[in-house]
Ligand binder design. Structure first.
Ligand code: NAD
Length: 355
């Protein structure tokens, strides 16, 4: 990338990474001077939440296993009330973007610190971005208050993440790093992290498909997810994230699979306008055409490659295009109605990406 001029702002947080990192949660709670923390998780991960709360002893205020995708406003309200009733002075969010998003919703209103224990590769733990959904509309914003104070990455907690979710969540993370490479606020340090994160994740995912409990591959994948999440937290995202935001928000398409389908097409759209990003991606992926390489990889990993397979109706292409074109994010290639329509048709049908 061009290193002659840039600005970079580091986000303050503490990261502990390694097998058994979650065993240091008690130390982390005490280090932050917290007395009673509320453990947040999805209903499917209640057992993990209970185990973690149990390990905290008197420092646990209880478990709230109610996290849901896109943080519905009523869930956020209930969680805030519960935190206040229980006298919690902090939260531990264990799980994917949904659990961490719930922690952020509590932090936004009460300023309670969040310790994140991520168990997917989505990356929310590394960002100051919050989101709450009300009446079918997701409101998002950026606020330093919601940035987790500490993040404990423990690959042992990811061993049970099903293969299909590991693959789409991993590609979701790769998408953050891809867009960080051509972001309007890209910087040399973030580009290094992006390239390394993509290399780590794309080499770990095939090994996870072969054996989902391969510890070395789980470690690589989580390491890659950390780097890609940090890229998301430090830069402004472009067309790919705008498309996924519109598809998820308006049509309720599943978050990580939507990212997996759209990424090769959004990248193909931008490649000619982002030569330095393409060079970095060639090095990370070891292929001449990164967009085609990611599409091939998604196929080899068994990831979805067509929006129609995520139950999107073809007639929704036009309204989504309108939404994206009406209020586009900054993007290397101009965002045109014709270009976005072609992109969405290819992604909907499952065609190979083309510029
Ligand atoms: P998720 O958190 O909804 O998790 C999906 C499912 O996987 C849940 O049922 C969960 O219980 C289960 N799960 C998670 N980890 C598991 C494990 N190790 N083993 C078994 N099951 C496990 O999904 P996600 O993709 O991680 O997060 C998506 C949400 O996060 C979306 O709402 C998205 O908008 C948000 N997000 C926000 C940011 C941000 O910066 N604010 C970044 C990325 C994602």
């Amino acid at each position: 990338m061009d290193v002659s001029s840039f600005s970079y702002e580091a986000l303050p947080m503490r990261v502990r990474f390694g097998p058994g990192a979650v065993a240091s949660l008690g130390d982390e709670v005490r280090r932050l001077g917290l007395r009673r923390v509320l453990v947040l998780c999805s209903p499917e991960q209640e057992e993990t939440g209970d185990r973690i709360a149990g390990s905290l002893g008197e420092h646990s205020a209880g478990v709230l296993p109610e996290a849901r995708m896109h943080v519905p406003v009523e869930v956020a309200r209930r969680a805030r009330e519960r935190a206040a009733e229980l006298g919690a002075d902090g939260c531990v969010a264990v799980g994917g973007g949904s659990a961490i998003g719930l922690g952020k919703a509590i932090a936004l209103q009460y300023g309670l610190p969040v310790i994140a224990v991520p168990t997917t590769y989505a990356g929310s733990e590394m960002t100051a971005v919050w989101g709450v959904t009300e009446g079918g509309r997701k409101k998002t914003g950026r606020d330093r208050k919601v940035l987790p104070t500490s993040v404990l990455y423990d690959h042992e907690l990811t061993l049970g993440l099903p293969v299909a979710m590991s693959v789409t969540s991993g590609l979701n993370a790769v998408a953050h790093a891809v867009e960080a490479l051509y972001a309007p606020d890209a910087s040399p340090i973030i580009s290094l992290m992006a390239e390394e994160g993509i290399r780590a994740l794309t080499s770990a995912l095939p090994a996870l498909v072969d054996n989902s409990t391969d510890l070395a591959a789980r470690t690589q994948a989580l390491y890659g997810a950390w780097l890609c999440g940090a890229c998301l937290g430090a830069t402004t995202m472009s067309l790919h994230h705008k498309l996924c935001h519109a598809l998820g928000g308006s049509l309720d398409l599943p978050h990580a699979p939507t990212h997996a389908v759209v990424l090769p097409h959004a990248l193909a759209y931008n490649q000619a306008a982002a030569p330095a990003a393409v060079e970095a991606l060639r090095r990370a992926l070891g292929v001449p055409d990164p967009a085609r390489g990611i599409w091939d990889l998604a196929g080899a990993l068994g990831a979805p490659r067509a929006l129609k397979d995520l139950a999107m109706d073809e007639q929704d292409i036009d309204p989504i295009t309108e939404q994206v074109v009406a209020n586009p994010y900054a993007n290397p290639a101009p965002v045109t109605r014709e270009g976005v329509t072609l992109l969405l048709h290819a992604a909907w049908a499952g065609d190979a990406p083309s510029a």
